[in-house]
Design a protein around this ligand. Structure first.
Ligand code: ATP
Length: 520
């Protein structure tokens, strides 16, 4: 697994991702996608849209699905009536309790700062617990993640161990320590010099508030949406009234979402502005479990089909204690990032919670009417919802991490992004071998022909080896070189990125061969 520093450095060096407003010192939690990054992220979103919505065949039953179903798209506004967020529970409950460290000024989500006491294992195998000082370390509370102990922690432990030769220390979780005033006073925070510097957990609403119109009063408050999902729910009736979809069916949407995250970190992984790719799939209550199983599997497989390595991808079913009060099931697609295993996408069985809430708050009947249902009592019902909710930025980052590799070709080290051809920002680069003998003219002619079909790139500068390596770093699947034979025999060399294998292809067949090898 490559280090995050290498990925971040490649992204900056090659124009994938830059810090937002960098010339002014940046803005924490916001990122800009450069010329290569924008293509990569657009390709990911396009693949999602094509596979989930545009190319979905509603007349056939997809593999593993209980029956055929329709899929349509939506693009709802970012700004919505604030009642939407009251109904969804975001105004009241969308807050992560947080704690501040008064000494280091660091801010943590209370559920992501685990607190430990120490146990010493004696030579007789008996345990002795030391809890005069407790140790706080980032890690999900309640999960057995490895504890990262910091320098002040280590010093304390070393001094404790002095009087206890041969004894080994191991951390044991102290649940609820941050909520208990007495225990909190004993907690040594990461980087703090003494215990007792953490504040009590406080609620912190993650929605960005804004005002609509000229007056900045309470009447004009609304929010930047923290998820795209609610835009789908509030349009449920519009969609069923105006399109021919019938339950079961899904509505897909891609768009920006904003969350004032307490602690944005891990590059683009946790940002304050990000993009989501969400589906709300509407079905009958009795069939929700089958559809939940179907979407979990399908969404997991989607990443594999785009070339993600299976050993890095996991599908984790939530424990009952992790579920939201209304959810009947939830699974995360997780990826082994260099900074640890983390969520790429969540697939949840949300029951009829959202539609019910909006029906109550708006006073509008959002029930679905099935005119083909023979049983009259079952004709009108509120559908249940399966929600596969993915992050486009997290997906892009995961594919970058997964594709990054270093190898040696012809005795020279190279960095190569082994991106799936559908995701690769540039599909092929066209080079004249040398900048003379009519080769640039011929190469430009080929470039212009191919450019009508694919995103191709022309480069005539520098040694051919260096040009190959620049494209390897950008993840370009093919390099096409025009040489002396092109002018006499009408063929070019096509070099494949991962194997570096070169084949000769006739110029007349080039677009077709490339299309086939790219799978487009
Ligand atoms: P987390 O627990 O990591 O905060 P979440 O469970 O709150 O995430 P959801 O509300 O389920 O996330 O959002 C669905 C998807 O949106 C996530 O799987 C993720 O890919 C993306 N996402 C959520 N928050 C962020 C963020 N701050 N930055 C980037 N992507 C995000």
């Amino acid at each position: 697994m490559e280090s995050m520093e290498k990925i971040v450095s490649l992204c900056k060096r090659r124009g994938f991702i830059f810090p937002s407003s960098e010339i002014y010192g940046g803005l924490n939690g916001a990122w800009d996608y450069g010329p290569l990054g924008v293509e990569l992220k657009r390709n990911l979103k396009q693949a999602w849209w094509d596979d989930m919505v545009a190319h979905h065949d509603e007349t056939a039953t997809p593999q593993g699905a209980p029956q055929s179903f329709g899929m349509v798209g939506l693009d709802s506004a970012l700004l919505m009536n604030p009642k939407v967020w009251e109904a969804s529970g975001h105004v009241g409950g969308f807050s992560d309790p947080m704690v501040d460290d008064r000494e280091t000024r660091a801010r943590y989500r209370a559920d992501q700062l685990a607190v430990y006491a120490l146990e010493f294992i004696g030579s007789d195998g008996k345990l002795e617990r030391y809890d005069e000082v407790l140790f706080a370390a980032p890690g999900e509370v309640g999960k057995s993640t490895p504890v990262e102990l910091f320098e002040p922690h280590r010093k304390r432990i070393a001094s404790l161990q002095k009087g206890k030769p041969g004894k080994e220390a191991r951390p044991v979780a102290v649940p609820g320590a941050l909520q208990d005033e007495g225990l909190r006073a004993k907690v040594l925070a990461p980087g703090a010099s003494a215990p007792g510097t953490l504040t009590a957990p406080r609620a912190f609403n993650l929605m960005f508030k804004t005002h609509v119109g000229a007056l900045e009063d309470n009447q004009s408050v609304t929010y930047l949406r923290p998820e795209t999902a609610q835009g789908i729910f509030v349009n449920f009736k519009n969609v069923t009234d105006t399109s021919r979809v019938r339950v079961p069916f899904g509505i897909g949407q891609i768009g920006k979402a904003f969350r004032n995250e307490i602690n944005p970190r891990n590059f683009t992984f946790r940002s304050r502005e990000f993009e989501q790719m969400e589906i709300e799939f509407f079905c009958r209550a009795g069939e929700a479990e089958q559809w939940y199983q179907y979407w979990r599997e399908r969404r997991y497989r989607w990443y594999l089909d785009l070339g993600m390595k299976q050993e890095n991808l996991h599908l984790r079913e939530h424990e009952a204690s992790e579920l939201a009060h209304y959810a009947a099931g939830c699974a995360d697609v997780e990826y082994d990032f260099p900074f640890g295993r983390s969520e790429l996408e969540g697939i949840a069985n949300r029951t009829d919670f959202d539609l019910r809430q909006h029906m109550q708050m708006s006073g509008k009947d959002l029930r679905y009417f099935d005119d083909q249902e023979p049983n009259e009592d079952a004709r009108r019902f509120l559908p249940h919802v399966i929600e596969p909710s993915a992050g486009a930025d997290r997906g892009t980052l995961a594919f970058l991490c997964d594709a990054y590799s270093e190898d040696t070709v012809g005795g020279e080290a190279r960095t190569v992004l082994k991106l799936h051809p559908r995701l690769a920002p540039i599909k092929a680069a066209v080079f004249p071998l040398v900048k003379k003998d009519g080769m640039p003219e011929k190469a430009l002619e080929i470039y212009r022909t191919l450019k009508k079909h694919f995103n191709v790139y022309y480069d005539e500068k520098g040694a051919i080896g260096r040009r190959y390596r620049r494209q390897d770093e950008a993840g370009t699947p093919f390099c096409i070189t025009v040489d002396g034979d092109t002018l006499t025999a009408g063929s070019v060399t096509v070099r494949e990125r991962d194997s570096c294998e070169q084949t000769r292809v006739g110029v007349a067949e080039l677009a077709a061969v490339l299309g086939e090898r790219l799978g487009t």
